[in-house]
Design a protein around this ligand. Structure first.
Ligand SMILES: C[S@@+](CC[C@H](N)C(=O)[O-])C[C@H]1O[C@@H](n2cnc3c(N)ncnc32)[C@H](O)[C@@H]1O
Length: 277
């Protein structure tokens, strides 16, 4: 374990110890919390561990090596072709779940759903909700459908997966004015931004959104404005540099009120919330 950690440290991995532990737990088939109690590596498990460490040292995300990413109380299957869900997005999901307090059988839409992280976390924590997940990429949809089926097998409610472009006004038109909560983590990184080597493993169309990074957000706001019922809640994640632009875009759309910029634990502008007036 110590050698794995120092190999990752040498390679410039920002969380060498955590990643070495996750990979060891994966190879040994035990929860990370039980690593200290395990018998350690055998002749059969040492080589896969060394191979996993070497992969990680070249910048392959730990989630692509284990094939899973945790998100709130669930695990998502991830790999090439789908965006790896990030812990920051758990904060926005938390806000959305809090906004549902007091609603029974709410209707929830996750725009730009990727692996289905947000939609499936909501279904897991609010089993009375009717949840829709909209995604355009065929590769991401394969992961999303697989995750939705796995969560349903685990006992969570089925979500409705919609293959569609969130800029298309006919997407989910049958729900216009009937949705209680719209959440969206769209692509928002300005093209040309130098990103961490791990981000190169995410599909570019999941990460970048034009020169300013704002190509998709006006359509996200328009779609949320169309779908939401009066009083419905909306949150959109965005780049930390868009703390002025996204609230301004929401103010321009006169359907929204109570527009608030929200920060992550490191005090970076992370998402903006609003309610339909
Ligand atoms: C940043 S990822 C977020 C994935 C997931 N919601 C999460 O938080 O992990 C953005 C997703 O939006 C999808 N996407 C990009 N443009 C889209 C569009 N016009 N319509 C629908 N989905 C789109 C991408 O394929 C990608 O899966």
């Amino acid at each position: 374990m110590a050698r794995g950690t120092s190999r990752l440290e040498e390679a410039g991995v920002s969380t060498p110890r955590v990643d070495a532990e996750i990979l060891a737990a994966h190879v040994l088939g035990v929860p990370r919390s039980q690593l200290l109690l395990s018998d350690g590596f055998t002749d059969e498990t040492l080589l896969p561990f060394v191979q996993a460490i070497e992969k990680r040292a070249t910048g392959v995300p730990v989630q692509h090596i284990t094939g899973t990413a945790p998100f709130r109380h669930i695990e998502l299957a991830v790999g090439p072709g789908v965006f790896v869900p990030r812990p920051e997005t758990e904060l926005m999901t938390d806000w959305g779940l809090a906004a549902l307090a007091g609603h029974s059988r709410p209707v929830v839409v996750d725009l730009c759903s990727g692996s289905g992280a947000i939609a499936l976390a909501v279904a897991n924590e609010r089993p009375d909700a009717k949840v829709y997940a909209v995604e355009r990429s065929p590769e991401a949809l394969t992961w999303l459908r697989r995750n939705a089926a796995a969560r349903a097998d685990a006992g969570d409610p089925h979500i409705t997966v919609v293959e569609g472009d969130i800029t298309d006004p006919s997407v989910l038109a049958e729900l216009d004015g009937a949705v209680d909560l719209v959440l969206c983590n769209p692509p928002y990184v300005p093209s040309g931004t130098k990103v961490a080597v791990e981000v190169d493993h995410d599909p570019p169309q999941a990460v970048f959104a034009g020169e300013e990074g704002l190509d998709l957000i006006p359509a996200v706001i328009a779609t949320a404005g169309r779908l939401l019922a009066g009083g419905g809640s909306f949150a959109v994640e965005h780049d930390e540099t868009h703390g002025a632009e996204v609230p301004a875009l929401l103010r321009e759309d006169t359907r929204f009120a109570v527009i608030r910029l929200r920060y992550d634990l490191a005090q970076r502008a992370r998402y903006t919330t609003a309610h339909k007036g």
